[in-house]
Design a protein around this ligand. Structure first.
Ligand code: SAM
Length: 281
């Protein structure tokens, strides 16, 4: 049974990085006229109430979107991200946070498509209501790691797959690697963005080594940490591993990540990683 609810975590430092990478990647696809398809394997409910009980329990957004919200010195891609979040809020009142489906929806053009998978019985109802009758969006009450394979390659032959599991089950770490290999076989030119938490660094080293051993080329890693690695303090960092990233992404993240580490890090402990895990040669 699934117990994870992203509403407890919405808008935290991990969402900031994840959603900036998502926006940068979709903006890049929008540079060409040709249509694209975005597949979100773990879509969540679509949007979150930051003034609701779940989000207020630990107020994780305080060390994420809330710290960026009012600043006027944001780097360009952070400013763009914040401007999309502001569209869901009244001026000067941060009460809503859009999840990946509603962020992606804002960047969809008339001919682009969004495919959303979600397994949780409650979240799928909320998500379906959010997608409403938008013909560009399809919602699947299904296991995103398995059923998204049937959506690839997309008709458009251009697009992004966002893989954002909750890692409730430890086997998720292995399953995402197997899924990425299968997806890449079907759609080698697609961009893949895999989110990961850092809770116990040894698991991340294993994940990175497993991905490097797949033979898939052109893989970059972007990580934002708010405090030093520790096995005792929950999630201390998180990152995105991007296959076939926009060629502009590394330079963009080199501007943004050190800044975010400085602003969101705990007592000067923030850090970041920007690495090419596998080159494209
Ligand atoms: C981290 S949350 C997603 C957050 C969302 N992508 C966002 O950025 O707003 C992970 C979601 O995956 C769902 N989930 C867990 N296992 C799944 C699976 N095998 N297939 C599809 N959804 C799953 C959970 O119910 C949860 O809503």
């Amino acid at each position: 049974m699934l117990s994870y609810r992203h509403s407890f975590h919405a808008g935290n430092f991990a969402d900031v990085l994840k959603h900036i990478v998502l926006i940068q990647s979709l903006d890049y696809l929008n540079k060409k006229d040709k249509p694209w398809c975005c597949v979100d394997t773990h879509a969540g409910p679509g949007k979150y109430e930051l003034d609701g009980d779940y989000a207020l329990k630990n107020r994780e957004f305080d060390n994420g979107i809330a710290k960026l919200w009012r600043r006027n010195d944001l780097p360009d891609s952070v400013a763009h991200y914040v401007s999309l979040i502001k569209r869901f809020n009244k001026p000067d009142q941060l009460t809503r946070y859009p999840g990946s489906p509603l962020i992606a929806k804002q960047l969809l053009r008339e001919k682009d498509r969004l495919c959303l998978c979600e397994l949780h019985n409650t979240e799928i109802k909320l998500l379906t209501a959010e997608a409403k009758k938008d013909k560009r969006i399809k919602v699947f009450h299904a296991d995103g790691l398995k059923s998204s394979l049937t959506l690839l390659p997309p008709l458009e032959r251009r697009g992004l797959v966002l893989i954002d599991p909750s890692y409730e089950i430890k086997s998720d770490y292995q399953q995402v690697v197997e899924t990425l290999v299968a997806m890449h076989k079907r759609f080698a030119v697609g961009t893949y963005a895999l989110w990961y938490p850092v809770i116990e660094r040894s698991r991340n080293r294993k994940l990175e080594r497993a991905l490097q051993a797949t033979g898939i080329k052109n893989m970059q890693l972007f990580e934002l940490g708010i405090r030093a690695d520790s096995n005792e303090h929950g999630m201390t960092a998180s990152g995105m591993i991007v296959i076939n990233p926009p060629w502009t992404l590394m330079a963009e993240m080199q501007q943004v990540l050190p800044w975010l580490a400085d602003v969101l890090g705990d007592n000067g402990e923030g850090f970041c990683r920007m690495e090419t895990l596998v080159g494209d040669g």
